[in-house]
Design a protein around this ligand. Structure first.
Ligand code: GLU
Length: 480
């Protein structure tokens, strides 16, 4: 390694939309780099053109930006190890493959997929571990040449030294030993000439001088072969951290069927990027303070004691709780911008309302929001006059309603001064021995057609005096 600076990378394959597992991996790499004053690399692992869902990695780049996980080197930013798309790094893989050919550490395999399938089935039925049986390692030079002359397609396989063991350090799992005799001579190339994940991923980690590999536990067994490759090039191994996989509340691997699996769904449902990062950082750990920004998380994460917890359970209820907290403390103007698309979708007239007015409205009701999407429901009363005739008045109002209605009617001319208006009607209600609860239910119901919401003074101010008066007169009328 040319310098001791921490270098980590997020290396997604653009085969589908980002899910929470990817986001957590990206986040941990980001926080690790931030804390250690290191470099956070984004590398797109697109060597399999058939599974290339997002060829320019547009979605990945946008998602990282939205989450606030800014990378130091990568697509659109470049850096000393550009390009950062594996599909553009074929020459580098070719050169490294040639080194292995020269060192005689890899061999050509001409077995067809059908043959390999049959062998695997046989091994499974004999209850032996399905491993490549090394048919092609035994081929003589003449046999190889003959097959090459016949243009029989082949792949390159690693010739693992079965007498050796690999020892490595993993932040979550501690010291790990892999006996290579238990591993298959894995492919480095495909028949179409492209490079496998195992090989390209290793080459880039080596060439890009990655010091710490933070990735999902599902890659743990790949590490044995990749460590053998590092040794083949006489390179020191990076430090690994294989992080536990996210599970649903029942303890099963989080899947498409679980709400919130895909980042796109969480975004659409109105979860803030701050909430998602906050949640994915604290999940599975214990922190004194739970609501934390990326900066605070960077300070608080303890990567030296990130032992494996076996399972990390994703709990939507906790996510909701955090989102509610984040909405309540969010910068008002930014919250307005985040809420606006939901409001415009439900009430197109919102486009014409100025941002300050919208901010006032949202601030008055923000504690009622669990997600941003709730905003259209919670503010519906403002944009659409409640149709009181259709609501069950009897269920809400009591038999003192006609008297209450009369009091409100008597003082409605003071509505332009809500404090005076409220004082007047309260003292009149007291004189007539009416319950304040009846009075306030009446007012709230008239103003918003619901039984819960902002304070009455706030409601009058939100709606404006004229509209508030109109709505109150409506209910008075109904009680005549
Ligand atoms: N492209 C791999 C994946 O998306 C990267 C694994 C790694 O981080 O090494 O799973």
């Amino acid at each position: 390694m040319s310098e001791s600076r921490v270098r980590v990378r997020f290396a997604p394959s653009p085969t589908g939309l980002m899910h929470l597992g990817n986001v957590r991996t990206a986040l941990m790499n980001y926080l690790f780099a931030q804390q250690k004053n290191g470099i956070f690399v984004l590398r797109i692992e697109d060597t399999d053109p058939q599974r290339n869902f997002d060829p320019q990695a547009k979605h990945i780049i946008e998602d990282l930006k939205w989450l606030g996980l800014d990378y130091t080197e990568g697509p659109k930013k470049n850096g000393p190890f550009a390009p950062y798309f594996q599909s553009k790094r074929m020459d580098i893989y070719k050169e490294k493959l040639n080194t292995l050919v020269e060192k005689n550490l890899i061999y050509r395999c001409f077995c067809t997929t059908e043959e390999l399938d049959k062998k695997r089935q046989r091994q499974i039925s004999l209850r032996t571990a399905p491993r490549y049986d090394r048919t092609c390692l035994k081929l003589s030079q003449e046999e190889i040449q003959k097959k090459l002359d016949q243009k029989i397609p082949f792949i390159w396989r690693m010739n693992l030294d079965h007498t050796k063991s690999i020892h490595l350090k993993d932040i979550a799992h501690g010291d790990i030993k892999f006996d290579l005799k238990n591993f298959s001579d894995f492919p480095l190339t495909r028949q179409n000439g492209s490079y496998t994940f195992m090989f390209a991923n290793f080459v880039d980690d080596m060439v890009m001088e990655i010091s710490h590999v933070l990735r999902g536990e599902d890659h743990l067994t790949n590490t044995a072969g990749q460590a053998a490759l590092f040794q083949a090039f006489s390179k020191e191994l990076p430090t690994f951290w294989h992080m536990p996989i996210l599970c649903n509340i029942e303890g099963k691997k989080l899947s498409k069927r679980d709400f919130g699996f895909s980042l796109k769904d969480l975004k659409a449902a109105g979860y803030l990027p701050e909430t998602i990062c906050n949640y994915l950082a604290i999940i599975g750990g214990s922190f004194k303070k739970e609501v934390m920004s990326l900066e605070e998380l960077t300070q608080s994460m303890n990567f030296d004691h990130a032992h494996s917890k076996g399972q990390i359970k994703y709990d939507v209820e906790k996510l909701k709780w955090l989102n509610h907290k984040w909405i309540a403390q969010y910068d008002p103007a930014t919250l307005t911008q985040r809420c606006k698309p939901y409001l415009i979708e439900a009430f197109p007239q919102v486009k014409k309302i100025d941002d300050q007015k919208l901010t006032d409205l949202i601030q008055a009701i923000k504690t009622d929001l669990t997600t941003l999407a709730d905003v259209s429901n919670v503010l519906k009363f403002y944009f659409e006059t409640p149709i009181l005739e259709n609501l069950d008045l009897q269920a809400v109002l009591d038999n003192s309603t006609p008297q209450v209605a009369q009091i409100v009617a008597q003082h409605i001319n003071t509505i332009n001064n809500p404090d005076v208006f409220l004082m007047n009607i309260k003292s009149a209600a007291k004189q007539q021995e009416l319950k304040f609860k009846s009075l306030f239910s009446f007012l709230r119901f008239a103003l918003m057609g619901a039984t819960k919401g902002p304070g009455i003074k706030d409601l009058i101010e939100m709606l404006g005096y004229e509209e508030a008066e109109k709505r109150l007169l409506n209910l008075i009328e109904l009680n005549k």
